[in-house]
Ligand binder design. Sequence first.
Ligand SMILES: Cc1cc2nc3c(=O)[nH]c(=O)nc-3n(C[C@H](O)[C@H](O)[C@H](O)COP(=O)(O)O)c2cc1C
Length: 398
Amino acid sequence: MLWANRHVVVGVTGGIACYKSCYLVRRLVEAGAQVDVILTRGAAEFVTPVTFEALTGRPVFSSLWEPGRALAHVQLGRSADLFIVAPATAHTLARIRHGFADDFLTAAVLAAQCPVVLAPAMNDAMFAAPPTVENVAELRSRGMTVVGPEGGPLAEGAADRPGRMSEPDTILAYARRAVASASPLVGRRVVVTAGPTRESLDPVRVITNRSSGKMGYRLAEAAWQRGANVLLISGPSGEAVPIGVEFEAIESTADLHGAVQRALPAADVLIMAAAPADYRPSESTPTKRPRQQGPVSLSFEPTVDILVATQPDRKPGAVVVGFALETGLDLGKAKAKLERKGLDFVVGNDALEPGAGFEVDTNRVLVLGRDGFRREFPLASKSVVAEQILDLVETKLG
Ligand SMILES: Cc1cc2nc3c(=O)[nH]c(=O)nc-3n(C[C@H](O)[C@H](O)[C@H](O)COP(=O)(O)O)c2cc1C
């Protein structure tokens, strides 16, 4: 719901990546934002105002001198919650850097009182040229968010160096982060664990569990979008690493423990959504175990309880969230976990409930906190559940 009723101004300048701006605008409109588009003269050579008028249902701004819109550039700049310039040409970056106001777009950016996100796109040599490098560095230092550009094919052929405009979804993720400036998570280090672990039986076989990592990945994504610096430590998962999030891949519970211990001193928030194995085979053989006739018995030994082990090394004041996945929601067990593991919140979910727990995109959780806090949340997408959990984390940080 972040974009609902937000006023977003999208400035489009004269580069080939203009075609991607149509999709960016469409995504914002779909998400509920009120979108106004400004086209430079150069941009209008690539896409016509009609395209954006049709996408936004609103007139497009192009000229400072249009009768009836004498102060529109100042009003737009003032009323916007967010300003995105995508693509941002080398020419427009230079003009914004130097405070030019020689067309509707630059005048409105100069008047803007809101976060500004710039998505440069140009030939790779133009982006690497000293004036552009200086302009981008200066605009960044003034607090503007610069997204990309990225490597990959350009209109004029292959290029190894950055030049290609970031994809609309990437720009949107950065835009979300830019407007989240009021969150207590801004600038905090958040460590999230996710996914299953794999305990080795031999070089080809492992003991693992059904965790997909979805809940942890959504938490990492949402924390980054609220302005946190996020490290996601994950066991094998099919999920894509969320934009902006640092990533460390692990395999076993021992790996996870090591990674968490290393991350712990800096962590303001620790969210343990991974499903580490509680037991591992007592022996992992160096060669493949041969097939045997009759039943096979294996012996297991307990792995380290990571949350318990982290207690002495946590940063003072760190907010710690644990997950308790059980077959059936067991309040007593969740409460015991909260106390024994020194958690601020424990999130209980039921592995047997349809639409909750492992491998699905939705979850229904019960959250218990210290001081008797207790809240049941209805079944919702894991993205929504992640936001609800982070709202609780923020109350502790705030
Ligand atoms: C076919 C074509 C493609 C262009 N693509 C880009 C581009 O991707 N990035 C860029 O910085 N300039 C590009 N330019 C140059 C700009 O259009 C030119 O610098 C213009 O003055 C930009 O004005 P504006 O920033 O006000 O839109 C291109 C020019 C042409 C003719």
